[in-house]
Unconditional design. Structure first.
Length: 200
C-alpha cells in the first residue's frame, strides 16, 4: 500500500512539474534572448590597387585627377553667383573656411533668399489685403444684404387701413433700411443671436 501511495505521489509531482513548465513556456518564461555577441559575416573590404603610399613632396601639385562629375555639375549649375567674399557676414571667416565653403558650393547660394521668401509668402498670403481673414471666415458675400427689405407687419397694417378707407394700396411700401447683417431682425424686434448672425 505504501508503494502505491509513493508511486501516486511521484506521478502527481511529475505531472504538476510538467504543467508548471508548460504554463511558463506559454507565458513566455522560456523565451530565449538573441545573442548580442554573435558576429555576422560581412563583405570584405575593397583592396586598393597599390598598398604603398607615396610620400608627399612639398610644393608639388596633387596627383588626383579632377572628376568628370565636377565638370558636369559646373556646366549644369553654372558659375554665375555673388562672390563669397562679398556676401554679408563672411568677413570674419578664415581663408580655410572660405575655401571649404567654395568647395561645397556655398558661393552658389542666393544672398537675398530671406527677402525673396518673405516677399513670395506675403504675396501668397493675400498681398496685404486687410480683409483677407474676413474673406476666409465670412465667405458669403453681402449680395443678400443689397436692396430694400419690406417690413411685413407695417405693410399689412397699412394695407388694411387703406382698404378700409378706400385708398389706393400701392402708394408707399414700408421698407427696412439696414446698414449691415441682421438689421432687419433688429427692426422686427427679433434677435438672432451670435450663431444666427453667422448664417444670415
Amino acid at each position: 500500500m505504501k508503494k502505491i501511495f509513493a508511486l501516486t505521489c511521484v506521478v502527481a509531482v511529475v505531472g504538476l512539474t510538467s504543467a508548471c513548465e508548460g504554463d511558463r513556456s506559454f507565458f513566455g518564461g522560456n523565451k530565449k534572448a538573441p545573442d548580442e555577441f554573435a558576429v555576422y559575416s560581412r563583405a570584405p573590404l575593397s583592396i586598393p590597387p597599390e598598398f604603398g603610399l607615396r610620400p608627399p613632396r612639398p610644393g608639388a601639385t596633387r596627383p588626383q585627377v579632377v572628376a568628370p562629375r565636377n565638370d558636369a555639375r559646373k556646366a549644369l549649375l553654372g558659375a554665375s553667383a555673388v562672390p563669397l567674399e562679398s556676401q554679408t557676414g563672411n568677413e570674419n571667416l578664415s581663408p580655410g573656411m572660405l575655401a571649404l565653403l567654395k568647395e561645397t558650393g556655398a558661393d552658389q547660394a542666393e544672398p537675398e533668399i530671406r527677402t525673396l521668401v518673405n516677399r513670395e509668402t506675403y504675396l501668397l498670403s493675400g498681398g496685404g489685403d486687410k480683409n483677407f481673414v474676413d474673406n476666409i471666415l465670412f465667405w458669403r458675400k453681402d449680395a443678400t444684404l443689397q436692396g430694400a427689405v419690406i417690413n411685413p407687419e407695417v405693410e399689412d397694417r397699412q394695407i388694411r387701413v387703406k382698404k378700409s378707407g378706400g385708398e389706393a394700396v400701392s402708394d408707399q411700401t414700408p421698407t427696412i433700411q439696414r446698414s449691415g447683417g441682421g438689421q432687419s431682425d433688429r427692426d422686427n424686434g427679433k434677435s438672432k443671436g451670435f450663431w444666427g448672425s453667422l448664417f444670415d
